[in-house]
Design a binder for this molecule. Structure first.
Ligand code: ATP
Ligand code: MG
Length: 742
C-alpha cells in the first residue's frame, strides 16, 4: 500500500520533485521565468518540515520583498501544517534587511548601538551626507551630496567599511569621500542609527569579531533558502556564505536573465561562483514554463536572446500558443493611457478580475497619466511599492503653494511650504508667527504682513520678519495673477519663482530627477484645467477616491517592483527609445546598461500569463518638452509571428500623423471610423459609463441611448457622447473597439 502523495508534491514535474526531495547539501536551481522556482523552493521547505528534517525556527528563508516573504511563509506553513502537524511557524523568513536588523538588535552593543537603533530611510541618509559635506566645507557643486551618498552605498554593497577600502579607491575625489564616509559612520553611531547597507555590513563585522556568535547562528539555521539569488550583492553573498559554512544546506534559486539590480551592486558572478564555493553542489535546471502562453514566452525568449552575456537556456510553454502579444500604438502618453484603460475595460467584460491586471512602467513619471485615466473611468487601482502621484512629496508641496494662493487662510498649506525651499524660516520662526497670528486672530499668511509692533512681542527678529514679508509678497504676487494666467503658466511660475524647481535641480540625486519629471507631469495635468479652483477640487477628490479601500483593483507599479509576481494580463507602456531602454542606463553604463534594460524588459514580459500588451507613443512630454519618440528596439526584437498590432485610431479632432515604422514599412495601421457617436450603439451592444459602469443598450433614439446597467441593476438614458462602446459579450478577441468622447 502506498501512502498518498504529500500535498506539496502534487502537480510537480519530475525535475521539480528532484529539487524538493534532494538530500541535504548545497543546491542551486538555475532556471528561467515562470518555471516554478519559487513554488519548488516553497515545496522543499514544506518537505523538510513535514518529514521532520527541520523545525520552522531552524529555517532561514530570504526573499526580495516583504510581500514575497509573507507569501512564502503562508504557503510553506500551510503545506506543512496540512499534513496534520499544524502549528508550523517560519520565524526567520524575510528580506535580507529585515533578517540583518533582527540579528543586530540582539547584539547591538557589540556593534556600538543600542538595541532600539533607528533605521534611516534614504532621505535621512542623504540629509546626513549633505550636512557632513557642508561642515567639511566641500563645495556641493564639486561634490554633490547624492554622488557622495551613492559612492558610500556602493562601498557598503561590497561590505567595505572605511578601513577596508582598497587604496586606489581611497584616492578618488582627492580622498575626500573616504573622509566623509568615516564621518558618516561616526555620525550614525552617535545617532544610534543604521542605514540599509549597515544592516548587512555590521552583521558581517559582528560575525567576524565575535566568532562564537556566528557559530550560534550557524547552529541555529540548519537550512537556508534564497529566492531571486541573481540579485544578491557582495555583502549579501558573504553573509549567506558565512551562515551556511557549517551545515552547507544552502538552497538558492535564480535566473541570470532576470538580474536587474546591477546598478545597486548585484553581482551575477555570485551565481556562477556557487559551484566553486560549495563543491559538490547539485545544480538543477527547469525548462518548462507554467506561467505564460506560447506567444508571450516566444516573444520574451527572443528579446532576451539578444543579450550577449548570458548562460542561455530553453524555455518550453506548457500551455498552448494563446493570444499574440498586442501592440498598442498611441499618439502620446495620454492617448496611450486611454487605450490601455479601454483594453482593461474589455478584459473586465471578459471576466478577467482587475486584481489580475497590471501595468508595469519603467519610470514612475509614467504613472500619472494612468492614474488620471483610472479616476476618469472610475477604475479602482493600487500602486505597489510607491506613493501614488498626488501623494508624492513634491506634488503635495506645489499643491500646498496653489492652495495658499487660492485660499490665504490655509495655514496647513502655509506650514508645509513656508520653508520649502529653505528661506531661513525654521520651526522657531513659524512658532513665533503662530503666536502672533493667534493674538491678532489672523491667518499665518496675513500675520506675515502685520506691523512689526505686533510681531516682535512673539519673539520674531527683524530678519525673520523681513523674510516672512518677502514670502507673503510672493504669494500675493501669484494670487494677483491667478485669474489672468492659464493654470499651467501660474503653476510653472510658482515652481520657478519660489525656487522650488531649482532646489531639486541642484540636488542631483537620482530621485531628484524623478521629482523633476513628476513636476513636469503635474504641469501637464494643470494644462487640462480651466481654473485653479477646479484643479484643486479635482485633486481633493482624487485623494478621497484613493482613500476608499476594498474590492478588485488594477495594479500599477514599476518593472523593478514586479519581480517574481504574475498576472493574467500585463501592460508594458512606454516602450520607446530613451524610456525603455532608459537613456540613463545607456549613457551611464553603455552596453552593460543596455543588457540590464533588456533583462528588465524580459522580466516585464514574463509576468504575463495570457495577455500581454506592449505600448509605445509617437510623442511624449519629457522634462516638460514634447519629444518625438522612436519605438523601442526591444519591440523590433519580438518576432512578428508573436505580435498583433492593434489598429491605430485617431483621437477625436486629430490629424493623422505619420508614425515611425515598428518592424518594416509593410504593415499599415487601419484607419478609424468617424461615425456619428450614436450610430456606434445598437440594441444589445455593450457600453461603459464612468459612473454607472458596464451595461447593455436597450434603446437608441437619435443621440440618446438607453442602457440597462449590470451592477447595481438600473436603466438610464444617456447621451451617446458619455458612453464608451465595449466589444459585444460574445465577440472573441476583437479588442479594438471605438471610443467616443468622454
Ligand atoms: P520567476 O522567475 O518569475 O520568479 P518562478 O520560476 O519563481 O518565476 P513560480 O512563480 O514558482 O515561477 O511559478 C510560476 C507559475 O507556474 C505559478 O503560477 C506556479 O503555481 C505555476 N507552476 C509551477 N510549477 C508548476 C507545475 N509543476 N504544474 C503547474 N503549475 C506550476
Ligand atoms: Mg519566483
Amino acid at each position: 500500500m502506498t501512502a498518498p502523495a504529500a500535498p506539496y508534491l502534487e502537480g510537480l514535474n519530475p525535475e521539480q520533485k528532484i529539487c524538493v526531495e534532494a538530500p541535504d547539501g548545497p543546491l542551486l536551481i538555475l532556471a528561467g521565468a515562470g518555471t516554478g522556482k519559487t513554488r519548488t523552493l516553497t515545496a522543499r521547505i514544506a518537505h523538510l518540515l513535514a518529514t521532520g528534517r527541520a523545525r520552522g525556527s531552524q529555517i532561514l528563508a530570504v526573499t526580495f520583498t516583504n510581500k514575497a516573504a509573507k507569501e512564502l511563509r503562508a504557503r510553506a506553513e500551510n503545506y506543512a501544517g496540512g499534513g496534520g502537524g499544524g502549528g508550523v511557524f517560519l520565524s526567520w523568513a524575510g528580506t535580507f534587511h529585515s533578517m540583518g536588523a533582527r540579528i543586530l538588535r540582539h547584539h547591538a552593543e557589540l556593534v556600538g548601538r543600542r538595541s532600539n537603533f533607528t533605521i534611516l530611510d534614504a532621505s535621512d541618509q542623504q540629509r546626513l551626507v549633505k550636512d557632513l559635506l557642508k561642515s567639511a566645507n566641500i563645495d556641493p557643486a564639486r561634490m554633490p551630496p547624492a554622488l557622495a551618498h551613492h559612492l558610500i552605498e556602493r562601498w557598503k554593497d561590497r561590505a567595505l567599511a572605511p578601513d577596508q577600502i582598497p587604496s586606489e579607491e581611497k584616492q578618488a575625489h582627492d580622498g575626500r569621500i573616504i573622509k566623509i564616509y568615516r564621518a558618516y559612520q561616526d555620525q550614525l553611531k552617535n545617532l544610534n542609527a543604521m542605514d540599509f547597507g549597515d544592516l548587512l555590513m555590521e552583521c558581517l563585522r559582528l560575525f567576524r569579531d565575535a566568532p562564537e556568535i556566528l557559530e550560534q547562528y550557524q547552529n541555529r539555521f540548519s537550512h537556508i533558502f534564497v529566492d531571486e539569488y541573481q540579485d544578491t550583492n557582495v555583502a549579501q553573498y558573504l553573509w549567506l556564505r558565512l551562515l551556511a559554512a557549517r551545515e552547507k544546506n544552502l538552497c538558492c534559486v535564480g535566473d541570470d536573465d532576470q538580474s536587474i539590480y546591477g546598478w545597486r551592486g548585484a553581482e551575477l558572478g555570485n551565481i556562477l561562483r556557487f559551484e566553486k564555493d560549495f563543491p559538490g553542489a547539485t545544480i538543477i535546471r527547469l525548462e518548462r514554463n507554467y506561467r505564460s502562453t506560447g506567444h508571450i514566452l516566444g516573444g520574451a525568449s527572443a528579446v532576451i536572446s539578444h543579450n550577449g552575456s548570458r548562460l542561455g537556456k530553453t524555455l518550453r510553454a506548457q500551455e498552448g500558443d494563446g493570444d499574440k502579444i498586442r501592440l498598442i500604438r498611441a499618439h502620446d502618453g495620454k492617448d496611450e493611457a486611454q487605450r490601455v484603460c479601454r483594453e482593461i475595460l474589455t478584459l473586465r467584460e471578459k471576466r478577467v478580475s482587475l486584481d489580475e491586471i497590471a501595468i508595469l512602467v519603467r519610470s514612475t513619471a509614467q504613472m500619472r497619466s494612468f492614474e488620471e485615466e483610472f479616476l476618469d473611468l472610475a477604475l479602482p487601482y493600487r500602486i505597489i511599492g510607491g506613493a501614488r502621484f498626488y501623494e508624492r512629496a513634491e506634488i503635495r508641496d506645489i499643491i500646498a503653494y496653489l492652495r495658499l494662493i487660492a485660499q490665504p487662510d490655509d495655514d496647513l498649506a502655509f506650514r508645509r511650504i513656508v520653508n520649502v525651499p529653505k528661506r531661513g524660516l525654521g520651526a522657531k520662526s513659524v512658532l513665533c508667527l503662530t503666536q502672533a497670528a493667534r493674538d491678532e486672530g489672523a491667518s499665518l499668511l496675513d500675520a506675515c504682513s502685520l506691523h512689526e509692533d505686533s510681531l516682535k512681542p512673539s519673539g520674531l527678529k527683524s530678519a525673520a520678519i523681513r523674510k516672512l514679508r518677502d514670502f507673503a509678497a510672493m504669494i500675493k504676487r501669484f494670487a494677483d495673477h491667478k485669474d489672468a494666467l492659464p493654470l499651467e503658466t501660474l503653476a510653472e511660475k510658482v515652481m520657478d519663482e519660489s525656487g522650488y524647481r531649482r532646489m531639486w535641480a541642484e540636488t542631483k540625486t537620482p530621485d531628484a530627477e524623478t521629482r523633476l519629471d513628476n513636476l513636469a507631469e503635474m504641469l501637464r495635468a494643470c494644462g487640462e484645467f480651466d481654473s485653479l479652483e477646479g484643479y484643486l477640487e479635482h485633486v481633493a477628490l482624487v485623494m478621497e477616491i484613493e482613500a476608499e479601500a476594498g474590492g478588485e483593483r488594477v495594479s500599477l507599479m514599476t518593472l523593478h517592483a514586479a519581480k517574481g509576481l504574475e498576472f493574467d494580463a500585463v501592460f508594458l507602456p512606454g516602450w520607446e527609445e530613451g524610456l525603455m531602454p532608459h537613456i540613463r542606463a545607456l549613457t551611464q553604463d553603455g552596453l552593460r546598461g543596455l543588457e540590464e534594460e533588456r533583462r528588465l524588459a524580459h522580466v516585464g514580459m514574463t509576468r504575463a500569463r495570457r495577455n500581454l500588451y506592449v505600448g509605445c507613443a509617437d510623442m511624449r512630454l519629457i522634462h516638460g518638452f514634447w519629444q518625438d519618440c522612436l519605438p523601442s528596439r526591444f519591440i523590433a526584437e519580438i518576432p512578428q509571428e508573436h505580435v498583433e498590432i492593434l489598429p491605430i485610431a485617431q483621437p477625436f479632432g486629430a490629424e493623422p500623423v505619420a508614425s515611425a515604422p515598428l518592424f518594416s514599412p509593410s504593415e499599415g495601421g487601419a484607419e478609424e471610423a468617424s461615425e456619428e457617436e450614436s450610430s456606434l450603439f445598437s440594441v444589445g451592444a455593450r457600453a461603459h459609463h464612468k459612473i454607472f459602469g458596464a451595461g447593455t443598450v436597450s434603446r437608441v433614439e437619435g443621440k440618446k441611448v438607453t442602457v440597462r446597467f449590470d451592477d447595481p441593476p438600473s436603466e438610464k438614458t444617456i447621451m451617446a457622447g458619455f458612453l464608451i462602446r465595449l466589444p459585444d459579450g460574445d465577440s472573441q478577441g476583437s479588442s479594438n473597439f471605438v471610443m467616443t468622447g468622454k
